[in-house]
Design a protein around this ligand. Structure first.
Ligand code: CS2
Length: 485
């Protein structure tokens, strides 16, 4: 079977939606994984199609694994998105990527691309852990060996290093202002990225850092954004199904739910794609959107994944169909998350929450609990802790937030050193020999994930220990009784 690329597509009587000869690279994207392909790349293609302005082709930079480069580069950046769920559509060929760079193999080319005068926007989806920030402070972890190497002048491999060195090149060449758009699930993701770049500059020797910092303050914007689309990992069966539908082999195919959303703070240092013509919302107040999505969708997702794993479920949809897990997530979002939020203007909170729960139940998506459970040490903070703190500030008991934390701890204790988490070694090192609640919960409270005030809060830690015990006992009836009470 022929591989998807512009020529094979042409031979099959079709052509990419965009005129590839007219495309210029205006955007550099760091972290060209499945989410980027199903979200940012689609919005950018739609914006170019709607406006006819083809100067926003994307130079896509892959992360640590060479796999993504091997998927995309031989296809000249073409790939497909297939929607699964109600109203699911055909296999769509996306053509907004103009080139694919393997970040680890070609770090100098990444810096060069960010420094190119035609580049006016950098977008990034590098996941929570990709920022190399300490979970509790959000500051750049300058003791991390890769961060250190980037600071010492090696061709940069970390995302913050790539951005900072790219900006430095723009400064030196006078290539003009640029906007860096973080699209990861962190609250205040743009502000955080800006602060990390400033931390990087501060850690550079003397005048070099001062100069970079001053130029960035003057010439770079870091708008906050909220991104949303559930994108599972593509499976070999998915690839075969796409091949059957397309008539060509697409190794870079992605599967996604039909829903997508992007809310972007309208704060740009230079020109940008007209993403609003592709359905994005440009606004000056993104924080309520970010917080609402993180505390309802992402927090609910994490609770379903951790509790679901302890109940033996493989997919999020199976969890959503399980009365015990579904009730727990319903109670987390309605009883604790919603009352803690400043909602975006005009958004009906309970209706939003219900629409999110309905999306979890999408049986066609095949989103696995294992994928959502990954990197918990980086996800608990932005998703769950603000809700838990808000409940405590009101003098309440954060039952459902504590259940999510306990379920995460149980997952960590069960997986041991095999847990998929950048802090895996630290977490495994903290685990006591005896895996009882009284031993595990206080130890994992010291993982650097929970702030001192929560570690010292016996109402919170007591609830976590209680839930941990119930989960660990494996008595689903007893657990169900408490949750549905
Ligand atoms: C998920 C997110 O894997 C996870 O942690 O909660 O990737 C989620 O699917 C997206 O944020 C949805 O927009």
């Amino acid at each position: 079977m022929n591989r998807l690329d512009p020529a094979s597509l042409g031979r099959s009587g079709r052509s990419p939606a965009l005129d590839r000869d007219a495309l210029r690279t205006g955007v550099v994207h760091l972290g060209a994984g499945a989410f980027f392909r199903a979200h940012t790349a689609v919005y950018t293609e739609d914006a170019m199609l709607a406006t006819g302005d083809t100067s926003w082709g994307i130079g896509a930079v892959t992360g640590r694994s060479a796999r993504v480069w091997e998927q995309m580069a031989p296809q000249d950046g073409l790939f497909t998105v297939t929607e699964r769920g109600s109203g699911s559509g055909a296999v769509r060929v996306v053509s907004s990527v103009t080139g694919t760079l393997a970040g680890p193999r070609d770090p100098r080319a990444v810096v060069e691309l960010i420094g190119a005068p035609g580049t006016r926007v950098v977008t990034l989806t590098v996941t929570e852990k990709g920022y190399r920030a300490a979970p509790l402070t959000g500051r750049l972890d300058v003791r991390d060996p890769s961060v250190r190497a980037d600071l010492d002048g090696a061709p940069p491999l970390t995302s913050v290093g790539q951005i900072a060195r790219g900006l430095q090149l723009r400064m030196l060449r006078d290539a003009g202002p640029i906007t860096v758009v973080s699209c990861d699930n962190l609250s205040g993701n743009g502000d955080r990225t800006g602060a990390l770049v400033a931390d990087f500059a501060d850690a550079l020797p003397g005048a070099e850092g001062d100069r970079l910092r001053a130029w960035v303050a003057e010439s770079v914007c870091f708008p906050n954004t909220m991104v949303d689309r559930m994108v599972p990992a593509t499976t070999p069966e998915d690839l075969d199904r796409v091949e059957a539908a397309l008539g060509l082999r697409d190794e870079a195919a992605v599967i996604a739910e039909p829903f997508r959303q992007w809310v972007i703070e309208d704060r740009f240092a230079a020109a940008r794609p007209r993403w609003e013509s592709a359905g994005a919302l440009l606004t000056d107040d993104v924080l309520p959107w970010e917080e609402t999505k993180l505390r309802i969708l992402n927090a609910g997702h994490s609770l379903l994944a951790y509790l679901g794993l302890s109940l033996g479920h493989r997919t999020i949809a199976e969890c959503a169909a399980d009365t015990v897990a579904a009730t727990a997530v319903h109670r987390l979002v309605h009883e604790e998350a919603l009352p803690s939020l400043r909602l975006p203007e005009g958004l009906d909170g309970p209706a939003y929450a219900e629409s999110v729960l309905a999306r979890f139940a999408n049986p066609a998506l095949g989103h696995t609990t294992a994928k959502v459970a990954a990197d918990g040490s980086q996800k608990i903070g932005p998703r769950l802790l603000p809700t838990i703190r808000a409940v405590r500030e009101r003098g309440g008991e954060p039952r459902w937030g504590a259940l999510a934390v306990a379920a995460w701890m149980h997952h960590v204790a069960t997986a041991g050193p095999r847990v998929e988490d950048p802090l895996a070694a630290t977490l495994a090192g903290l685990l006591p020999d005896r895996r009882r609640a009284a031993d595990v919960v206080p130890r994992l409270m010291e993982a650097g994930v929970f702030p001192g005030e929560l570690v010292a809060d016996t109402v919170f830690t007591g609830l976590a220990a209680h839930w941990y015990e119930l989960i660990d006992a494996g008595d689903t009836r007893a657990l169900g009784k408490e949750i549905t009470l």
